[in-house]
Ligand binder design. Structure first.
Ligand SMILES: [Ca+2]
Length: 139
């Protein structure tokens, strides 16, 4: 009886470790709030300033259709899908810029934001990309 109980605990621990590994892999979708500033990531905002809801990314994301503005900010855009809804970007990465693309899979028109604290690390999406964003890639 005692041995069986111990085995169960170990199994649960092994399962938790496996789940953690999956979570730690590069995610393709962001459906919870992720702070990007401490991960070398970038943040995408719903409105054309840093007051609205936003989402952080710390990976190349080939399609914004499964990402959501889950960091609440002032509430504007909270829980909305990121694809075709973005207006502002802040890049916290200190070695790479980030490029926002009009189409999925890093295609079409794009706008590049520089590494953190460069002259272009934060700002509004231009008129082509605003509300027409579909993917993002470090450069
Ligand atoms: Ca995605």
């Amino acid at each position: 009886m005692s041995a069986k109980r111990t085995f169960s605990v170990i199994s649960a621990g092994a399962f938790a470790a496996a789940a953690l590994t999956i979570t730690g892999a590069t995610p393709a979708a962001a459906d919870t709030c992720m702070s990007a500033a401490d991960k070398g990531g970038y943040e995408i905002y719903y409105n054309s300033n840093q007051d609205s809801a936003w989402q952080g990314f710390a990976w190349n994301d080939a399609n914004h259709y499964d990402d959501y503005f889950m960091c609440k900010g002032n509430g504007n855009g909270y829980t909305q899908v990121v694809k075709n809804n973005a207006a502002y970007v802040v890049n916290w990465n200190n070695s790479s810029g980030v490029r926002i693309y009009y189409n999925s899979n890093y295609q079409g028109a794009s706008q590049t934001f520089g590494k953190v604290f460069s002259s272009t690390y934060a700002g509004p999406l231009n008129s082509t990309l605003k509300n027409n964003n579909a993917s993002s890639h470090y450069v």
